[in-house]
Design a protein around this ligand. Structure first.
Ligand code: HDE
Length: 698
C-alpha cells in the first residue's frame, strides 16, 4: 500500500513523494519540478553550460555532470545464468490446509493469500537475448509470508543436468557462448556444451527433456514449474515428510515447434515478455495450481532411484499430486530494473515448517545464491531493496554496510545486552518456540559418516529415467526429440563428441539412436557401458505435453487477415466468437490505419501484415474477398502468413474466396482447414498429424 508524505520544498511550496512499503523514495508521476539528485531545481535540461555559445563545456556544470555520472553507472552485472527474465507480482491462495504436514504459516489457513513475486527466465542467454531459444526456463517464486520470505526457485523441467553442485560452473561454462568466440548466444548447439554433456552420462535424462518441446514453451503462462529437489516439511509435532513441488498452468502446458520458435525470434524478440505483460495488463491473469508429491522414507526406500538425485523424478502415476493452492499473477512491475532485475532469489530462504534435503545439488545452491547477489547488487544490504524486503517485521543486530538504508536508533547493536534495564531500547530477542529450527533427521537418515567425495550408489543409473521419458512421449514428440538431437549435434564440429553422445543414447533406446545416427549420417556406435543396470519403469503419460494438451482458445491469439472489401458481418461474427471462446482476436491488414470493409465502414487493424507473421498466432483466419485474394497472391508476406500457419500445424479458417491464397501457399485440406464459422473450435487445437506432410523429421 502506498502512503503519501508531504515534504516542504525548497521554495516554500509543498511537493509529494510516494513511500512504498519498502520505505524507498520514488518521485510520483505528478512531481512537477525536475530536480538534481540533491533536490535542486533544474532550469534547462536541453543545453549544457558553456563558455559562450560556441565555447567549451564547463566543468562546473553540476547538472550535466550528475546526469552523466548517474547514467554511466546504470548497469549492474547481469546474472551469470538466467540473465534474461520477466516477472510479475501476484498472490498464492491456499485451497487445502497442510497443517497435517507442515507448520509453515502460509500453508495453514484455507483462503488466505500470500503475496508473491515471480520471475521466469531463460538460462543461457544474456539479458538482451531473445525469448524463444531452445532452453530450460527458470520459474522462481518469492512468497512474502507472514513468517518471512520463502523462495521456491525452480525450473520448467523436473530434473537437472547434473547431480552435484561442484559440476555447475563446468556445465554453465560449457553451455554459455564459447570463451574465445563469444558465440553462440542463448543456445546449446555448439561444441563445448555437447563435449561436456557427452562426457557426463548423468546429463542424459535432462538432455531428453532439453531436446523435447519442453524447452520451446508457447508462453510463460503455459509452462509447468518444478522445485526439482526433494524438500522436507515439518509439522507442529515435529514429524517430517518429504515433498516435491509442482506448478500446473491453468491454460495447460503448450509448446511451439522448433521452426516456429526460430521464426518467433525474428518476428518478436520479446515474444514471451510481451505476452506476459499484455495478459496481465488486460486482466487475463495467468494462474497455476501448486501440487505436492508427499512421501516418507519408506516410499523413498522402495523406489529404484534415489530421491536425493536431481536427475530423477517421481512419476505422478506412482505418486499423484496433491493440489493445495493456486498462484495468480495480477500486477505488472512498475519498473523493470527496480523489481525484475533487482529481485534476488535464494533457495536458502525457507520458513519454519520447510527444510532442505541432503540433495547435493540443492546443498550447493544454498551457498551460491546469497553469494551471487552480493556480486550483482553490490552490497550485503540487498535485502532492503523493496522487492526483496520481507513484508513481515524484520529485526536483528546486523548493521552498517554499503547502501545501508535503515536508520536504527539507540546503541543496542549486540546481544545479549541489559540496556532495557536502563530504560533504553534493548532490541529483539530470539524466539525458541516459533523461530526456525532445523529438523534433526536428514533425508537419508544416515548417521554422520566419514568425509568422502563420493555419490550414493543409485545415482549411477543414468539411463532408466531417460528411457522412461522417451517411452512416455507421443510419436510426434519423439520425432521432435530425435530431430533436435540431430540439429544440435549437426552444429558440433568435433566428430567424437557426436559419436559419444549417440553412444550414450544407445542406452536409452535403439530406435532413437538409429534415428539420430541416420540424421547425422554417422554409423551407430557401440553403447557407452552403463555404470548400472537399467530398471524398467512404466510409461508416465504426465511427462508428455501432447497427451494432456488442453483444447482451448483461452489465453490464445487468433490472427485475422483482412483487406479492402472484407465481409464486415463475417469479421464481426468471427471476432465475437473468438472472444466468446476466451481468445484474443487480432486483426491484420496490409495497411494498419484503414481497411474499407464490404459495407463501406473503415476499420483500423491491430497489426500490419509485414510485421505480424502468423507465428505470433495460435490460429489464423482469412476474411478475404476475391479481389483481395487476387491482390494478396502477389504479397509474399500474405502467402508466407498462410504457409507458416499451415507448416506450424495451426488451424486456418477462411472464406471460400480465399481458396486461391491457400492453394498458392501449398495448403492441403485436413481437419484444421475450415470455414470461418468453425474456426473458434478448430483453432483450439494443433494438427500434429499434418507434420509428416510438411517436414521431414528424424
Ligand atoms: Fe540456479 N542460479 N543454480 N538453478 N537458478 C542462479 O542466482 C546455481 C539450479 C535457478 O529469476 C544464480 O540470482 C547453482 C537448479 C533460477 O533471479 C546463481 C546450481 C535450478 C534462477 C545460481 C544451480 C535453478 C537461478 C544466478 C547448482 C532449478 C534465476 C543469479 C548447484 C531448481 C532466479 C542468481 C531469478 C539463478 C546458482 C542449479 C534455478 C549463480 C550453483 C537445479 C530459476 O546463484
Amino acid at each position: 500500500m502506498d502512503t503519501f508524505d508531504t515534504t516542504q520544498g525548497k521554495g516554500g511550496e509543498t511537493h509529494q513523494q510516494v513511500h512504498h512499503e519498502g520505505g524507498e523514495h520514488s518521485p510520483t508521476r505528478e512531481s512537477a519540478h525536475l530536480t538534481t539528485n540533491q533536490g535542486i531545481r533544474v532550469s534547462d535540461n536541453q543545453n549544457s553550460l558553456k563558455a559562450g555559445a560556441r565555447g567549451p563545456a564547463l566543468l562546473e556544470d553540476f547538472v550535466l555532470r550528475e546526469k552523466i555520472f548517474h547514467f554511466d553507472h546504470e548497469r549492474i552485472p547481469e546474472r551469470i545464468v538466467h540473465a534474461r527474465g520477466s516477472g510479475a507480482h501476484g498472490y498464492f491462495e491456499l485451497t487445502e490446509s497442510l497443517a497435517d504436514l507442515t507448520k509453515a504459516d502460509l500453508f495453514q489457513r484455507v483462503g488466505e493469500k500470500t503475496p508473491v513475486f515471480t520471475r521466469f527466465s531463460t538460462v543461457a542467454g544474456g539479458a538482451g537475448s531473445v525469448d524463444t531459444p531452445r532452453d530450460v526456463r527458470g520459474f522462481a517464486v518469492k512468497f512474502y509470508t507472514q513468517a518471512g520470505n520463502w523462495d521456491l526457485v525452480g525450473n520448467n523441467i523436473p530434473v537437472f543436468f547434473i547431480q552435484d553442485a561442484i559440476k555447475f560452473p563446468d556445465l554453465i561454462h560449457a553451455v554459455k557462448m564459447e570463451a574465445d568466440k563469444a558465440y553462440p548466444q542463448a543456445g546449446s548447439a555448439h561444441d563445448t556444451f555437447w563435449d561436456f554433456a557427452s562426457l557426463m552420462p548423468e546429463t542424459t535424462h535432462m538432455l531428453m527433456w532439453a531436446m523435447s518441446d519442453r524447452t520451446l514453451p508457447r508462453s510463460l503462462r503455459m509452462m509447468e514449474g518444478f522445485g526439482i529437489h526433494t524438500f522436507v516439511m515439518v509439522n507442529a509435532e515435529g514429524k517430517e515428510s518429504f515433498v516435491k513441488f509442482h506448478w500446473r498452468p491453468k491454460l495447460g502446458a503448450q509448446s511451439t515447434l522448433w521452426e516456429e520458435a526460430l521464426k518467433l525470434q525474428a518476428a518478436d524478440n520479446d515474444y514471451h515478455r510481451r505476452d506476459l505483460y499484455e495478459a496481465i495488463d488486460t486482466g487475463n491473469f495467468p494462474e497455476w495450481e501448486l501440487g505436492l508429491q508427499v512421501f516418507d522414507q519408506a516410499f523413498a526406500d522402495s523406489q529404484p532411484y534415489d530421491v536425493l538425485d536431481s536427475t530423477k523424478l517421481i512419476p505422478e502415476e506412482v505418486l499423484p499430486l496433491r493440489i493445495v493452492g493456486r498462484m495468480v499473477l495480477d500486477r505488472n512491475p512498475d519498473n523493470f530494473f527496480a523489481e525484475t532485475e533487482q529481485v534476488a532469489y535464494c533457495p536458502a530462504n525457507i520458513v519454519p515448517g520447510i527444510d532442505f534435503s541432503n540433495d547435493p545439488l540443492l546443498q550447493g545452491r544454498l551457498f551460491s545464491y546469497l553469494d551471487t547477489q552480493k556480486s550483482r547488487l553490490g552490497t550485503a544490504n540487498f535485502h532492503q531493496i523493496p522487492v526483496n524486503a520481507p513484508k513481515c517485521p524484520m529485526h536483528n543486530f546486523q548493521r552498517d554496510g554499503m547502501m545501508q538504508m535503515q536508520v536504527p536508533k539507540g546503541r543496542a547493536n549486540y546481544e545479549p545486552n541489559s540496556l532495557a534495564a536502563q530504560g533504553e531500547e534493548g532490541g529483539p530477542r530470539e524466539c525458541p518456540a516459533t523461530g526456525f529450527t532445523s529438523f534433526e533427521g536428514r533425508a537419508d537418515h544416515d548417521e554422520q559418516g566419514p568425509k568422502l567425495r563420493v555419490r550414493p550408489e543409485l545415482f549411477a543409473d543414468h539411463y532408466s529415467q531417460a528411457r522412461l521419458f522417451w517411452i512416455s512421449q507421443t510419436d510426434n514428440e519423439r520425432a521432435h526429440i530425435a530431430s533436435s538431437f540431430v540439429f544440435e549435434l549437426s552444429k558440433v564440429g568435433i566428430a567424437p563428441v557426436q559419436t559419444r553422445t549417440v553412444a550414450n543414447l544407445r542406452n536409452v533406446d535403439e530406435d532413437l539412436t538409429k534415428r539420430v545416427a541416420e540424421g547425422l549420417g554417422i554409423d551407430v556406435p557401440d553403447a557407452n557401458p552403463a555404470a548400472r543396470a537399467l530398471v524398467d519403469m512404466d510409461a508416465s503419460p504426465a511427462l508428455s505435453i501432447q497427451k494432456k494438451l488442453k483444447a482451448t482458445l483461452e489465453g490464445r491469439q487468433v490472427g485475422i487477415l483482412i483487406h479492402d472489401g472484407s465481409d464486415a458481418e463475417a469479421l464481426q461474427a468471427l471476432i465475437k466468437a473468438v472472444q466468446d471462446a476466451g481468445g484474443k482476436a487480432v486483426v491484420v491488414a496490409p495497411k494498419v490505419g484503414k481497411t474499407t470493409l464490404s459495407d463501406g465502414t473503415a476499420v483500423k487493424a491491430d497489426g500490419q501484415l509485414a510485421g505480424s507473421p502468423s507465428q505470433i498466432f495460435d490460429a489464423v483466419a482469412l476474411v478475404l474477398s476475391e479481389e483481395a485474394t487476387a491482390a494478396l497472391l502477389k504479397e509474399s508476406a500474405a502467402v508466407q502468413f498462410v504457409m507458416d500457419a499451415f507448416g506450424h500445424l495451426k488451424a486456418i479458417g477462411h472464406t471460400p474466396a480465399a481458396q486461391a491464397l491457400l492453394d498458392k501457399a501449398g495448403v492441403v485440406p485436413d481437419a484444421g482447414i475450415v470455414a470461418l464459422k468453425d474456426l473458434p473450435k478448430a483453432g483450439a487445437k494443433r494438427y500434429f498429424d499434418r507434420e509428416p506432410g510438411v517436414r521431414t523429421l528424424a
